[in-house]
Design a protein around this ligand. Structure first.
Ligand code: ATP
Length: 915
């Protein structure tokens, strides 16, 4: 096959690939080619194999020392001890490995969810597929904001511009064309090609896939996917630092225990092994892995609620969000538009019907033959790129008899605003395919949120060129010099202009999204030479179309939830001020105090003035994407933590600048998605609020298990430390220490990571982003609970040791069980910082219940199974002994909960006094 696709014509390339320029490939052919050419993917770097992950677990310094000490004890004849320690260390490593493996796989699954997609035409139907599924010969559609999904020879380029810096290093976008290029040129000069990985910055286009995967230009140069290393969250970074501090501290205490023990006359070798075991048990080496797993599981939970996290730090920031700036159309509203009212030549029109079903009536006093009415519908149908489909089949004029069949599912491919206009025209009997039999589109100036209008140029049967324009009424009216009435073009007087704007305002204040339709005849210039300004001037105003876009019911509740959670909601829209205001009131965003600011007013404010008032503004209307960046910056300067949504390519800078950039999964462009930290799979505002709730829950859970793990570890160290200080024998043997670490730190701590969020989590104000993980007295509570666990265990040990006349194994068994059970009970107290376990519900986290029961079972096994008793140096206990253990083990959680409640009550009183 030739490599110089640019030197062939489009038809020749299509012929080489045995494709069809309109229908594309059929599914059977696609399957065959997919088998022949493989997936359209660049090779990935190989991932870390499982065995390497397992070996890595033994790289920990203290674990190595423990292994060395165990080996020595093995040589000294303590085989059983050595073997058991080995087994425990290996089980620990397996647990660590499982945690890491799960964390990694869920991160990979995430990447797959955000894998690029492509719009293709196959068997005549437009569909969205994963870009990896493209095969040579596929027809691909692209528009501004898309990343080119394979190497393409362009067949259509409407103002198409592509930024190819990923390939050529040149950041200025290149204007594309479709004509063949003779000779030999470099990819940078192949203007009729689009290359994998480059970005469409303007216009739209269609191309045929000529190379996929490693056969593309990018595959040849880059070779591998540039995988962004998984980013650490600020919390993970802080915990890593904290971890180093804790390791030093633990080592110090353990060394002290060893030194004091030896000084007191304990055998040095046994003290050393106990010290090392203690260090292994209390050093929270599993903390970063549990944090990662919790984040990853939280991310999975978010996916179930339709929020896809692209950058892990967003999970944490979400919980701190103090303002959510949301687009209106499609996010707060349903984006299922329908034209309800229109005004043509000062005469009102009404439309009946539902959804995208083209059945409905036009109610008006105008005769259906009135020329202005005919022109109005014609503009609506022709200045339009949407495609109406009926149960997946595109419906043109030729097939519209199909539309009379029973209960079809009508959908729109393309922009819903245009879809609504297409349906409106269809209701009056105007179908684009039929109109295009008499005139041909020769040019298009696409819609974008900055221009707020779209124009097309058609060549009529007699050769004259006409422009059809639609867009925001204020924008289009400024380009109009005339209007069309009773079949005549008459100059537009200032009074008529005012009248049109008044009609626009009336419709807008009924929450309608209004578009103006205009038209004009163009001079004899060849179409290729016409510029945007030449086409869009001296326009003739024809009429206004007002469409409804009802608010999403879930958005109303979500806005209320935000208010209770101390989060401000701001609506940003390109729509008219009055449309925006009415919708914002319906949604509860605009109250009596909120302000509305328009793009024009925004332009008149300097950054300082904007910063001063940004806290009061609830709605930004008639804004362009470039305003969004200013809004984000002003909010950030005013101290807000900003979540901002966006879809178009021009939204990308604002999304990047926001603390949490949110892209739309359905309508969002690739570039916006890439700039974002979160993607909404359903484009729904309520999903953002659900993600915030999850974000808060995840942070809470991290705090919960940090509290649990560290309290337990403090308790473990203290019991050993106090015992040696008091001149008592060692309350726990190395094996017992290591075992305890396994049954208390492993499963229960992980189960805390999946604890359901507190019911009042969305009734609290947002957390400050720089707040320490130990804020609100957590550090003191950890020390307090640790002290309680340590002292309770010591009490049991010392009591039994003294009263039991030196029956050391019994004292140890009871201390061992008290320590384990007090931790297993304490885990329930860690489930909420604001509520008791009864309020939270003992059974509301089945994972935790299962984990604790499992640990209790294992603990009873080492106490009672005859084979295990000599290994763990335990003796069986009777009922009164258990009663003592259970009662004393309940003390730390009860003490911790009671203390917290007194604290909260005192705080409430203080607040009450302050009020
Ligand atoms: P957002 O998606 O940010 O909520 P929006 O949908 O409210 O934005 P835009 O899509 O930027 O706003 O549209 C701004 C204005 O441009 C609309 O009020 C409408 O008058 C006009 N408009 C919208 N879509 C089109 C289109 N396809 N062709 C021409 N004009 C359009």
């Amino acid at each position: 096959m030739p490599e110089q696709w640019y030197s062939l014509t489009g038809e020749e390339v299509v012929a080489v690939f045995q494709s069809d320029p309109h229908r594309g490939l059929d599914e059977r052919e696609v399957r065959e080619r997919a088998a022949r050419f493989g997936p359209n993917e660049l090779a990935r770097a190989t991932r870390v194999p499982l065995w390497r992950m397992f070996v890595e677990q033994f790289r920990d310094f203290m674990v190595l020392i423990l292994l060395a000490a165990t080996m020595i004890s093995g040589f000294l004849g303590e085989f059983v001890d050595a073997a058991t320690i080995m087994v425990i260390v290996i089980i620990n490593a397996i647990l660590g490995c499982v945690q890491e493996y799960r964390a990694e796989r869920s991160m990979e699954a995430l990447k797959e969810l955000t894998a690029p997609e492509a719009r293709v035409i196959r068997e005549g139907m437009e569909q969205k597929i994963p870009a990896a599924g493209l095969v040579p010969g596929d027809l691909v559609l692209m528009e501004a904001g898309d990343r080119v999904p394979a190497d393409l020879r362009l067949l259509q380029a409407v103002n198409l511009e592509i930024e190819e810096s990923a390939l050529t290093g040149e950041s200025a976008p290149v204007k594309k064309k479709v004509e063949p290029i003779p000779g030999r040129v470099t990819p940078g000069d192949a203007r009729n090609m689009a290359y994998l990985g480059t970005v469409v910055t303007r216009g739209r286009g269609k191309g045929i896939v000529v190379a996929t995967g490693m056969a593309t230009e990018m595959g040849r140069i880059a070779g591998l996917i540039q995988e962004a290393g998984s980013e650490e969250t600020p919390l993970q970074r802080r915990l890593a630092q904290l971890g180093r501090g804790l390791v030093a501290f633990c080592l110090l205490v353990c060394a002290l225990v060893v030194a004091v023990g030896i000084y007191r006359g304990e055998p040095a070798y046994q003290m050393f092994l106990a010290g090392v075991s203690l260090a292994v048990a209390v050093i929270p080496e599993g903390l970063p892995a549990i944090v990662t797993v919790t984040l990853a599981i939280g991310v999975q939970r978010m996916i179930r609620r339709r929020a896809i996290i692209r950058k892990l730090p967003a999970v944490e920031t979400l919980g701190c969000a103090t303002v959510i700036c949301s687009d209106k159309t499609g996010t707060l509203t349903q984006n299922e538009m329908m034209v309800r009212r229109a005004v043509v030549g000062q005469v009102p029109l009404e439309f009946t019907g539902e959804g995208y079903d083209p059945k409905g009536q036009v109610i008006t006093s105008l005769s259906p033959r009135a020329e202005e009415l005919q022109l109005f519908f014609k503009i609506a149908a022709l200045c339009n790129n949407a495609v109406l489909t009926r149960s997946g089949v595109s419906i043109g004029g030729l097939f519209r008899s199909l539309a009379r069949r029973e209960s079809p599912v009508w959908t729109i491919n393309g922009d819903p605003t245009e879809g609504a206009l297409l349906i409106m025209a269809a209701k009056a009997g105007f179908w684009r395919e039929e109109l295009e039999r008499h005139e041909q589109r020769v040019m298009e100036f696409p819609f974008d949120s900055e221009r707020k209008r779209m124009s097309v140029v058609y060549k009529q049967a007699d050769g004259t060129l006409v422009a059809y324009v639609k867009g925001a009424p204020d924008v289009v009216l400024e380009l109009c010099t005339h209007h069309y009435r009773h079949g005549r073009v008459v100059p537009l007087t200032p009074r008529q202009r005012e009248e049109i704007l008044r009609q626009n305002a009336t419709m807008a204040s009924d929450a309608l999204r209004v578009l103006a339709l205009a038209w004009c005849r163009l001079g004899p210039k060849p179409p290729g030479e016409l510029t945007e300004t030449e086409v869009e001037r001296n326009l003739v105003f024809v009429g206004l179309a007002g469409m409804i876009d009802p608010p999403r019911p879930a958005a109303v509740t979500a806005v209320q939830r935000c208010r209770r959670a101390g989060i401000k909601v701001v609506m940003i829209t390109g729509d008219h001020r009055l449309t925006a205001a009415t919708v914002a009131k319906e949604l509860g965003i605009l109250g009596s105090q909120g302000r509305i600011l328009t793009g024009r007013e925004l332009d008149q404010l300097d950054d300082d003035q904007l910063k001063q008032m940004v806290g009061e503004v609830a709605v930004y209307a008639r804004v362009s994407p470039r305003h969004k960046l200013r809004i984000v910056r002003a909010l950030k300067q005013a101290g807000y933590v900003v979540a901002m949504t966006g879809d178009g390519i021009n939204d990308a800078p604002a999304i990047k600048e926001a603390d949490i950039g949110i892209a739309m999964g359905i309508t969002g462009t690739d570039v916006t998605k890439e700039a974002s930290s979160m993607v909404l799979a359903d484009d729904n505002f309520a999903t953002i609020v659900a993600a915030v709730e999850e974000g808060r829950g995840i942070y809470d859970n991290i705090r919960k298990f940090i509290r649990y793990l560290l309290s337990c570890n403090v308790g473990e160290v203290l019991v050993m430390f106090f015992a040696v200080l008091a001149g008592l024998p060692l309350p726990l043997l190395p094996i017992q220490i290591l075992w305890m670490n396994l049954v208390t730190d492993g499963l229960p701590a992980m189960a805390l990571g999946v604890d359901p969020p507190d019911t009042d989590i969305m009734y609290r104000p947002p957390r400050h982003p720089r707040e320490s993980i130990f804020a609100h007295g957590l550090a003191w509570r950890i020390l307090g609970s640790g002290l309680a666990i340590g002292l309770c265990t010591l009490l049991v040990f010392a009591g039994v040791h003294v009263l039991g006349h030196g029956h050391l194994d019994l004292a140890r068994t009871m201390a061992f069980n008290t320590l384990v059970f007090s931790q297993l009970f304490f885990v329930f107290a860690c489930r909420s910082e604001h509520h008791t376990i009864w309020e939270v519900g003992l059974f509301s986290n089945p994972h935790l219940l299962g984990a604790v029961l499992c640990s209790i079972f294992l603990q009873l096994a080492v106490t009672y199974v005859p084979y295990l008793q000599p290994v763990f140096h335990t003796v069986p206990l009777d009922a009164p002994q258990w009663l003592v253990i259970i009662l004393i083990s309940l003390a730390p959680p009860l003490f911790s909960t009671a203390f917290r409640h007194l604290q909260l009550r005192a705080r409430e009183k203080i607040m009450y006094i302050k009020v």
